[in-house]
Write a protein that binds this ligand. Structure first.
Ligand code: M6R
Length: 596
């Protein structure tokens, strides 16, 4: 968690650092800080957003520096816990993303040697450790310090004695280096660099980098040079900005037809999904966190329905510590960022159990894609809003492709049926566009129900995880308490919570569960709770049982989750907007969760 940036060049560092840092604010915004080496080491930090820090900064001279935006792990959000942290002599400043696991042991040892600690963070032990090794060579001191550290880190460090140099390092937390003429950069993520360069070097675990205006030199932790060619980034800065929409989330919702189209491009006819190795598996385990876990759960139904393969889904944080049976399923790991610590841990656990691993991921070169045996990239483009939208629907698309391939390979899916499903798959961008065209109707409903304290979501079969995703979207951005249930479960307890003030959003599309859903809606009607039905276009029955309807196009039931999801995203977005919530940066959350 957290975002870091670094700059070594010939321009004034302050503006560049702040501007770049703002593009990482999705990674956390509990506090922000900056260190610039100019006339000595100048460090400023404060609690809250970057704008708050910026408002109080004097003009800082100096062409070298680093900055940090924090998502708190050790020590509450406060000025004293904000990064960068500084050594006792006030010469070295260091910013960190990750967790130093042996920080307590290091802190006790360093305190005994006389180092004075000011904060409650794990990071501060690292800056004092670097100080204890410092003899005028920051690179050497950081290298020696990191040899004593256990845990995950992406760091940037500067010393007032070495103007013109920024030292960076990474282990299990993301870090990219940007290279421009007469200047170099480092950052937790590419958007921070795009304004200045499209040439990047991806750092690997246990590597260090030294930035100077003349270039970036990467070495391993033993000091051996690493030869790495820069890659060109095709995302433009505009991609990373809002493009006229009020929020990134809304922009990303509207990008979904294109994102689905891109993800399908060149893959449907031959079902070419990256050198497949699906033969020989009798079952599939899908593992992920948060929204990606909802895609995993939907994937269980999709794989069973299309390919007839036994599948199960598990939360990555649970899978890691479970004692799986002896069989070796194919393990599919889903992650937008490819940096989620729990999912990375699950990937390692799957390998330890001797399973083949397949990642479905949106970020090229991310840690998960390097851990997994194979990767299918979703091609959703950059997603900035903390609430995942287009990356979720493209994960579903990835799962459809895998299911079709698997079904054909196993002989559980006939050619004719596969062709029919492929045609429908190709029609999904159109189906989603149909929902987007009706965004105003969904907005009216969201505004009608957006004052509720609690909202329930119900669905059955593959629409049960979609109800879970709808509820998660609503709670994370609007702060309305939302619960999702498999509709058949209501009568086993949750019905007790329903009152006329508790709207229920029920996915009641025309599939094999339709009649049962109608009965469940009847149970809700009997408690006087208003019902918003999500129904199949042309269904004349549903309006008789519900108060309002959101229509979705008629598709094979297995594909219906895609337009239903989009409708739920819009519902959540407009409810949050009505309530004036900070939609792209919900409280307490961060886009990429790189801690366990
Ligand atoms: O990057 P990942 O897909 O691995 O992230 C997993 C979750 O943290 C993430 O899906 C989170 O639940 C969403 N931001 C919620 O919208």
């Amino acid at each position: 968690m957290c975002g870091i940036v670094g700059y070594a060049g010939r321009r004034r560092a302050m503006g560049i650092l702040l501007d770049s840092l703002k593009r990482l604010e999705y990674r956390g915004y509990d506090s922000a800080g900056i260190a610039v080496v100019g006339n000595g080491l100048q460090v400023y930090k404060d609690k809250g957003f970057i704008a708050n820090l910026e408002a109080q900064l004097p003009s800082l001279e100096g062409t070298t520096g680093l900055a940090h935006t924090r998502w708190a792990t050790h020590g509450p959000p406060s000025k004293v816990n904000a990064h960068p942290h500084v050594d006792c002599a006030g010469r070295i400043a260091l910013a960190h993303n990750g967790i130093i696991e042996n920080f307590a042991e290091l802190r006790d040892r360093l305190k005994e040697k006389g180092h004075a600690f000011r904060s409650e963070t794990d990071t501060e032990s690292l800056v004092h450790l670097v100080e204890s090794h410092y003899e005028g060579d920051l690179e050497a001191a950081v290298r020696s310090a990191l040899r004593e550290v256990r845990g995950s880190y992406a760091i940037a460090a500067v010393s007032s004695e070495e103007p013109g140099i920024v030292v960076g390092a990474r282990n299990e937390s993301p870090l990219v280096v940007g290279v421009g003429p007469d200047e170099t950069f480092l950052a937790s993520d590419v958007p921070a660099l795009l304004k200045h360069t499209d040439k990047v070097l991806y750092m690997m675990d246990r590597e260090m980098v030294v930035l100077t205006p003349d270039g970036a030199v990467i070495k391993d932790l033993e000091g051996r040079p690493v030869d790495r060619e820069p890659q060109r980034i095709t995302w433009t800065l505009e991609d990373a900005e809002k493009g006229g929409f009020e929020h990134f989330m809304l922009k990303e919702i509207f990008e979904q037809p294109a994102a689905i189209h891109e993800t399908l491009l060149g893959r449907v006819a031959n079902l070419d999904v990256n050198g497949f190795f699906l033969d020989g598996f009798t079952s599939v385990k899908l593992v992920a966190c948060g929204t990606s876990y909802h895609a995993a759960l939907a994937g269980k139904y999709i794989l069973e329905e299309i390919a007839g393969v036994p599948a199960s889904a598990e939360l990555a944080s649970e899978y890691r510590y479970s004692h799986g049976p002896q069989e070796r399923p194919l393990v599919i790991l889903l992650s937008q960022s490819g940096e989620t610590a729990d999912t990375l841990g699950a990937a390692r656990e799957a390998k330890r159990r001797g399973c083949k691993t397949l990642a479905i991921c949106n970020v090229i070169g991310s840690s998960l894609t390097r851990e997994a045996d194979k990767t299918i990239y979703t091609r959703a483009g950059l997603e900035i809003g903390v609430a995942a939208t287009k990356t979720f629907v493209t994960q579903l698309v990835g799962l459809y492709l895998i299911a079709l391939r698997l079904g054909l390979d196993r002989g559980t899916l006939g050619d004719e049926e596969a062709d029919r499903l492929k045609d429908e798959l190709r029609s999904l961008p159109r189906a989603v566009q149909g929902i987007l065209n009706r965004a105003d109707d969904i907005r009216a409903l969201a505004e009608k129900y957006g004052d509720a304290r609690d909202i329930f979501y119900i669905g059955r079969h593959v629409n049960y995880p979609i109800a879970m995703e709808g509820a998660l979207k609503l709670k994370e951005i609007s702060y309305i308490h939302a619960e999702a249930y498999a509709a058949g479960e209501l009568k086993h307890g949750p019905l007790a919570l329903l009152t006329p003030q508790t709207p229920v959003l029920a996915v009641a599309v025309r599939d094999h569960t339709y009649e049962k859903m109608r009965s469940n809606i009847g149970e809700v009607n009997a408690r006087g709770s208003p019902v918003v039905g999500v129904g199949t276009e042309g269904d004349r029955e549903l309006p008789k049982f519900v108060d309002d309807v959101i229509w979705v196009p008629e598709l094979s039931p297995v594909f219906v989750p895609v337009p239903v999801t989009v409708a739920m995203q819009l519902f959540a977005y407009h409810a949050a907007r009505k309530r004036g919530c900070p939609i792209d940066k919900p409280r307490n959350l961060a886009k990429s969760v790189t801690v366990e």
